[in-house]
Design a binder for this molecule. Structure first.
Ligand code: PMP
Length: 365
């Protein structure tokens, strides 16, 4: 038995954890900090941590009612119908559901370059093909309708990321509306707001619902996750908010029990923990401002919980920073050579990252 032809497929490159890096280098894990995967430096919402402990005795049951409760709570948060909320195993899982619901064999998806790798991977799993639009480094990765529409060629899904990973740039609701307007009726514009809580721009849910002066649209879907601002990357919980026209497709494409009992309980507790989210967002704002002010190299303005830094030989810089105990992301895998991405840490972590990157840049010069 052989798998089907997977030569077009690549494996997702998840960042390595502290334990793994320390083991490989024969060092003590306590010597390292990891600012490579845009995780929450304050950990999970404390309310969610309690809920997870309490949930232990419930995991022999399937997550039927908690699933519904969480969907209702998310729907309340956005003032949408619960049927418009597609719960999933992380934002990645929600992307897969959108691919399953929308893509026919040989359809294409249009993705940003540089950009988040899973858009293309998900399309390929679902027998689609991938095309790219360029976000120009010289233009600070500005996301403009022109950049997207020039490359657009009847693609079935167009991905926008706001804030964009790895640059931190955002896209206005007016620009998203223009893109949706000027693409075919059969094209779905997916706005990935995985880092939405950290940004000043409003959520594109307003475009689906027709609020704040916008006309309601049925060709936009939003992606959100509990992995970042809520600190629940390890439980794998995310969702899409979709227009009414897509709502019914969920039941036909989702995996039975799309989110685990533990994820549902953690999510239910976390969604009401505004204090944790506010603290996390404030830490990220301080951290990214500090990086911009103190790193001796170009740092792009970011609205996410990370900052993109121009460093020249990114692999060498990331490797040397790791040797000095600070694990960051080499952006070559995003299709962006010459840059590293540093996740916003606590004040102490951020200061250490800044000192380390400056020292490494000076030493490698
Ligand atoms: N979109 C973007 C832009 C991301 O960076 C990530 C996480 N790396 C995701 C979506 C998916 O996150 P998760 O599956 O953890 O919800």
């Amino acid at each position: 038995m052989q798998p089907r032809d997977l030569s077009d497929h690549v494996a997702y490159e998840a960042g390595r954890g502290i334990e793994e890096v320390a083991r490989e280098l024969g060092r003590d894990p306590d010597e390292f900090i990891k600012l490579a995967s845009n995780e929450n430096p304050h950990g999970p919402s404390p309310a969610a941590a309690v809920a997870l402990r309490d949930a232990a005795s419930s995991v022999s049951s399937y997550p039927k009612s908690t699933h519904t409760d969480l969907t209702d709570a998310i729907a309340d948060r956005w003032t949408v119908d619960p049927a418009q909320v597609w719960l999933a195993n992380g934002g990645d899982g929600a992307l897969d559901y959108l691919s399953r619901a929308v893509l026919e064999p040989d359809d294409t998806v249009l993705v940003p370059s540089p950009g988040f790798a899973y858009y293309g991977m998900s399309a390929r799993y679902h027998h689609g093909d991938v095309r790219e639009y360029a976000l120009e480094r010289a233009a600070d990765f500005a996301q403009t309708p022109e950049a997207v529409l020039e490359a657009y060629d009847g693609d079935r899904i167009v991905y926008l990321t706001s804030p964009h990973n790895p640059s931190g740039s955002t896209i206005s609701l007016e620009a998203i509306e223009q893109i949706a307007e000027e693409t075919d009726d059969e094209t779905l514009v997916v706005v990935d707001e995985a880092y939405g809580e950290f940004a000043d721009v409003d959520s594109a849910v307003s475009l689906i619902e027709g609020r704040d002066g916008f006309e309601a649209r049925d060709d936009i879907a939003i992606l959100r996750t509990f992995s970042k601002a809520y600190g629940l990357a390890g439980v794998r919980l995310g969702y899409a908010v979709v227009p009414d026209a897509l709502a019914d497709a969920y039941a036909r494409v989702n995996t039975p029990f799309a989110a685990s009992e533990l994820a549902c309980r953690a999510g239910l507790a976390a969604i009401d923990d505004d204090e944790h989210v506010e603290r996390t967002v404030e830490t990220a704002r301080n951290s990214r401002a500090y990086m911009r002010d103190h790193i001796d190299s170009h740092v792009w303005e970011s609205e996410g919980n990370f900052a993109l830094v121009a460093v020249g030989d990114a692999s060498a810089v990331a490797e040397e920073m790791q040797a000095r105990g600070v694990i960051v992301r080499d952006c070559t895998s995003f299709g962006l050579p010459g840059c590293i991405r540093i996740t916003c840490g606590t004040d102490e972590e951020t200061e250490r990252a800044v000192e380390t990157v400056n020292a490494v840049l000076a030493d490698l010069e």
